[in-house]
Design a protein around this ligand. Structure first.
Ligand code: GAL
Ligand code: CA
Length: 346
């Protein structure tokens, strides 16, 4: 009996070793060994993040053996995925947190395994970032999207005096907010309004609720708000395009965007579906959130970290004092729509 189990253990060992070496055989274009990199996306089912994910995959081709995980909007699941990837021998991690507050948990796991981490899209707090030497961030300056969106609202509002339907000189708006506590959602919500006010326009908030970045939730909220306020609403400001597109569906069902019935809507991301709406004269504009460069940046840094190189080696990225690479946002209207199209063409 004892002999048999020893034999079994022996076999198992051989099999595991064989499996390990088989897994380690990923090679690059020139036959060289390429490092395993563990990637998580907070949920695959997010319009904008699906473009970031594609950019990571594309730029990783032939250079990294990527283990990609859908964290399904569940931080506990993501924690397990990180442990699994560490046990599979990844050389670095590229993490899109589910909960921005969970960075410390992920950092402690990486620290234990002495693994570098590149966070992307959801920025950890500066305390978390400074708690570990081997962590970096790739994303944007969240407030910038709000400021640019505020300028878009202001310019279009001033150019279209009839949008002030009740003629009271104030802009009555509803706000579709992204995930509460998400640095992008908080900053966009705050800075878009601050910018409009700074530019001399009085505002009145009719509604502000979270649509969790999600199109279906954006539509639901807009259905309710239209039923309640009708055309007392003068502007729809959305933290992202997915929710703006949901709102547009709701408006279309109420007869907007035909026979002179119009409602201004602005978003952020400039994803292809939003660009179509801009071309059709429905969406006023958006703010390009450069998925391609954020995906590429996250991969570039994670790859350098995995290869034990200097984090910026061979790249044109720059780090700020928060160890962050920040890709700029760009205002998108019909006039420069091609810039956004190129970005998403990949
Ligand atoms: C934002 C983006 C949203 C959503 C979110 C997910 O930067 O604008 O559409 O994808 O990230 O964290
Ligand atoms: Ca008004």
């Amino acid at each position: 009996m004892k002999k048999l189990s020893l034999l079994l253990v022996g076999f198992l060992l051989i099999f595991t070793l064989a499996a390990c070496t088989a897994e380690e055989e990923a090679v690059g274009e020139n036959g060289e060994e390429i490092p395993k990199i563990g990637v998580t996306v907070y949920k695959f089912d997010d319009n904008f993040m699906s473009f970031v994910r594609r950019a990571i995959e594309k730029h990783g081709e032939g250079k990294a053996d990527l283990i990609l995980n859908d964290s399904q909007n569940d931080q506990a699941k993501q924690n397990e995925q990180v442990e699994m990837m560490i046990s599979k021998g990844v050389k670095s991690l590229a993490i899109n947190l589910v909960d921005p507050q969970a960075a410390a948990t992920i950092i402690s796991k990486a620290k234990e395994a002495d693994l570098p981490i590149v966070f992307f899209n959801k920025e950890p707090s500066s305390e978390d970032m400074s708690s570990y030497e081997k962590c970096w961030y790739v994303g944007t300056t969240s407030a910038e999207a709000g400021i640019i969106q505020g300028e878009l609202v202001t310019d279009t509002w001033k150019a279209n005096p009839d949008w002030d339907r009740n003629g009271d000189g104030k802009l009555q708006y509803v706000m579709l907010k992204g995930e509460p506590g998400h640095p992008d959602a908080e900053a966009r919500t705050k800075y878009v309004i601050e910018t409009i006010i700074e530019k001399g326009i009085e505002v009145e908030e009719l509604e502000l609720q979270t649509g969790m970045w999600d199109s279906a939730k954006g539509k639901e909220l807009m259905d309710a708000w239209l039923a309640k306020h009708g055309d007392k609403i003068e502007y729809i400001i959305s933290n992202n395009d997915a929710m703006a597109l949901g709102a547009i569906n709701s408006l279309k069902a109420e007869g907007y965007f035909k026979d002179d019935k119009f409602m201004p809507v602005v978003g952020v991301d400039a994803i292809p579906d939003a660009l179509t709406q801009i071309e059709e004269g429905v969406l006023v504009g958006s703010v390009l959130n450069d998925a391609r460069n954020q995906g590429k940046g996250a991969l570039d840094l994670a790859l350098n970290a995995a290869n034990g190189k200097d984090i910026l080696e061979g790249t044109e990225w720059k780090l700020d004092d928060k160890k962050a690479v920040r890709v700029p946002y760009v205002a998108i209207t019909i006039d420069n729509i091609q810039e956004a199209k190129d970005c998403y063409a990949q």
